[in-house]
Design a protein around this ligand. Structure first.
Ligand code: BGC
Length: 734
């Protein structure tokens, strides 16, 4: 069913009512007892209106359109000079969610350690790992002199061709919220603000500057916005970046529904909203809707809205001064709350060895073993192994765009020198081949680049095992036109597997891909974009130094025809500019809150690999599933046992089905590390919002009365164990 345009207009009109009251109510929500709030109030009490307004506008730090850093700026995405005598720090704002990015043309010391992609971190289902990963990049930011990082990304990966999915966590709101929120908490433990982005519905890149993501607000609250809500509760980000795209007609950075009614009123968010670079389109309209700071406004936007234009709006009474006070209060509050004032960055050399180990462990936990026929993995340490393709002799690929980290040690694959954004793919100098040789010195390991299929086939024939590295380069600003691996990879894998069925494929991809050769290979490891420690992590996984424990956070479809939107209108534009500004189309998300696995469930579609799926080198059983309501909370208990011969990590997942039908929902999980023969009882407490429907009229969650189904499984399609439980209906307290 197509949602009617009327519905969107109605929601926009309803939002209009909020505008007049938004800032004042949001301000009250700060709560007088918050010490950061109080300190901010004291500082602002002595500040002139002009000084307060200077906090609302950052300038290009040299990373966007200008070629030099502004005076005082370190050279990054943006810079804001604090008012003289205010005691506040200058804001040194840098990308992004996987590591610290500096514009290399300005900073020669810009290289940093990169985490694996966000999808990899999320696939660990390990909130502690995510926190540690965040702390690593927060520490590096601080050591480089930055105090605001522009990550993490919590948009749901609604389309497996999304150009930026690698920066995000996956298709489920609970999983995304918890994992991204944990990374944010890690960054902020280092006195660096983490910026949750891109709020909201920036789920694909095509026409991102112009398109309207149209979705029933209720479905949005139950899907993408729930992900943001949980990320905020988990990580308490100091700032939030509103997105480029429009949502239900209105620009995200001008949407009272998103910025004021939902974020600041319903969720009581006390921090500030900054615009994405080029996402501010007005002064009074944006300020009244809830935007607090214009980013890099001197270069990124059509006009510097939050400078003289906003000042004129205040003078003319179009924007009340109380709103300016609220904007400044929110910004300064976050500086205090996240320790930017008390713990200013101390420039220091990076501890590259320690930090790379964090990135390596993150990748070890996040890589997903998809196939292991005949237990081909772990590889025998004495095997004759033909490593083929993917530049595995020198490094691992990374995703492109503003999250691109400059590798320490430089780029190891010289591309053709593509001038168009984002340039050639960047490979990190962490060679899987070198690491495999170090891991198994008694093995005989050859390398073939895979460019000539006949030569690769000869190498595979002469070996016990062939390991083919296959890449898919994805990047900000453009969605993948299809779900295929890059270059000749599909043909190469098919030919190698025909020559030697003992073929293992290691995929370094930004997204799920189609795998037409799946059943003819013995093993598949999805390594995502593996990051600075990626080569070592892959080698250790292949030889069993560590057992894989990652589980998919995105569905791998069998074909694009299974997707909610098989075609992306405009994806075949000629260049990135044309693609981003392609059309002012509306993308109607009539799949609503049934994103990814829920879409597959609702439509009884069988994926190639389901959400939640992942193998390891041992086996687990679960039993004793019991579900009950304790103190009004649904609590699920069960036992997990390691029935294999090796230690390993299991990630049993709990899904629920509501009494009135609808697709199943992930309701919780536990990561359990067990020795052979060991078992443990696990308790999962279900967030009540997963049992509820959002009531858009009253902005609250209602749990229906009736029998709920509860599944325990190792993926979203695992029906092996289920119970049902009766719950009484109730409305959740706001
Ligand atoms: C991206 C943001 C990024 C900003 C600053 C924008 O184009 O969408 O994610 O943080 O640039 O580089």
């Amino acid at each position: 069913m197509k949602l009617s345009r009327k519905l969107f207009l109605l929601s926009a009109v309803a939002c209009g009512l909020v505008v007049a009251h938004g800032p004042a109510r949001a301000h009250a929500a700060h709560g007088a007892s918050d010490p950061a709030d109080e300190r901010a109030r004291q500082v602002l009490a002595h500040m002139s209106l002009e000084d307060k307004m200077s906090l609302l506008f950052s300038v290009d730090g040299g990373g966007f359109n200008s070629s030099v850093a502004p005076p005082g700026g370190l050279g990054s995405a943006a810079y804001l000079r604090a008012p003289t005598g205010s005691g506040l720090p200058d804001l040194q704002i840098s990308d992004a969610g996987l590591g610290v990015r500096n514009p290399a043309h300005i900073r020669k010391d810009g290289a940093a350690v990169s985490l694996p992609s966000g999808l990899a971190t999320a696939s660990s289902w390990d909130m502690d790992m995510a926190r540690e990963a965040g702390a690593m990049i927060g520490r590096e930011a601080w050591q480089k002199g930055f105090n605001i990082l522009l990550g993490g990304g919590a948009d749901l990966t609604r389309d497996p061709r999304g150009g930026r999915n690698f920066e995000y966590a996956g298709e489920d709101p609970l999983q995304t919220g918890r994992m991204v929120g944990s990374t944010i908490a890690g960054v902020q433990s280092q006195h660096v603000i983490s910026t949750l982005k891109h709020y909201a519905m920036n789920d694909i890149e095509t026409s991102r500057m112009t398109m309207s993501a149209d979705i029933d607000p209720v479905a949005m609250r139950e899907s993408d916005l729930l992900g943001f809500e949980i990320a905020i509760e988990t990580g308490h980000p100091g700032s939030i970046m509103c997105a480029y795209n429009r949502v239900n007609d209105l620009y995200a950075c001008e949407s009272p529904y998103l910025l004021t009614r939902t974020l600041k009123q319903d969720w009581h968010y006390p921090g500030f909203v900054m615009s994405d670079w080029g996402a501010t389109h007005s002064s009074a309209r944006a300020a009244l809707a809830g935007l607090d700071q214009e980013s890099a406004g001197d270069h990124a936007d059509a006009r510097p809205y939050f400078r003289t234009l906003l000042a004129a709006d205040v003078k003319a009474g179009r924007v009340p001064q109380s709103r300016i006070d609220d904007m400044a209060q929110r910004i300064v509050r976050s500086l205090f709350a996240q320790g930017l004032v008390d713990h200013p960055p101390q420039r220091a050399p990076l501890d590259v060895v320690t930090d790379t180990l964090v990135a390596q462990r993150d990748e070890e936990e996040g890589a997903v073993l998809l196939r292991n026929a005949g237990n081909i993995l772990p590889l025998a340490p004495t095997a004759r192994i033909a490593v083929i393709g993917g530049h595995a002799d020198v490094g691992v690929i990374s995703g492109g765009g503003s999250s691109q980290v400059d590798p320490i040690g430089g780029e190891v694959v010289k591309g053709p020198g593509k001038k168009d954004w984002p340039g050639d793919p960047v490979y990190f100098p962490s060679s899987p081949l070198r690491a495999m040789r170090a891991e198994a010195p008694a093995a005989h390991i050859t390398y073939d680049p895979g460019t000539n299929i006949a030569a690769a086939v000869r190498a595979a024939r002469a070996a016990d095992v062939a390991v083919v590295y296959a890449t898919q380069f994805t990047f900000e600003g453009m969605d993948a036109p299809n779900m295929h691996l890059d270059a000749n990879a599909d043909a190469l894998i098919a030919a190698v597997a025909a020559a030697n069925p003992r073929t293992v494929v290691v995929m370094e991809t930004g997204d799920p891909v189609l795998m037409p050769w799946n059943s003819s290979v013995a093993g598949v490891l999805e390594a995502w974009f593996p990051g600075s420690g990626g080569g070592t992590a892959i080698a250790r996984l292949l030889f069993g130094k560590v057992a894989p424990s990652g589980h998919l956070t995105m569905t791998f479809p069998q074909a694009e025809s299974q997707l909610a939107h098989p075609d992306i209108a405009g994806v075949n534009a000629n260049n990135v500019f044309e693609m981003q500004f392609h059309t002012d189309q509306e993308l109607v998300y009539d799949d609503g809150s049934d994103v990814g696995y829920r879409w597959f469930d609702r439509n009884h579609l069988k994926p190639l690999y389901p959400f939640g799926y992942g193998l390891t080198y041992t086996t687990f059983t679960t039993d004793g599933l019991v579900a009950g309501s304790h103190h009004k909370q649904l609590t699920v208990t069960f036992n997990v046992r390691n029935t294999g011969m090796r230690a390993g990590v299991d990630v049993p997942q709990v899904y629920v089905g509501l009494p009135d039908g609808g697709a199943r929902r992930l309701a919780g999980w536990q990561r359990v590390s067990l020795a052979p023969g060991e078992s443990r009882q696990v308790t999962v407490r279900v967030d009540p919002r997963l049992l509820a429907h959002f009531d858009g009229r009253h902005d609250r969650w209602d749990i229906p009365s009736g029998r709920f189904r509860v599944w325990l499984g190792h993926s979203a399609v695992d029906d092996s164990q289920q119970v049902s439980v009766h719950l009484s209906g109730r409305t959740l307290a706001p």
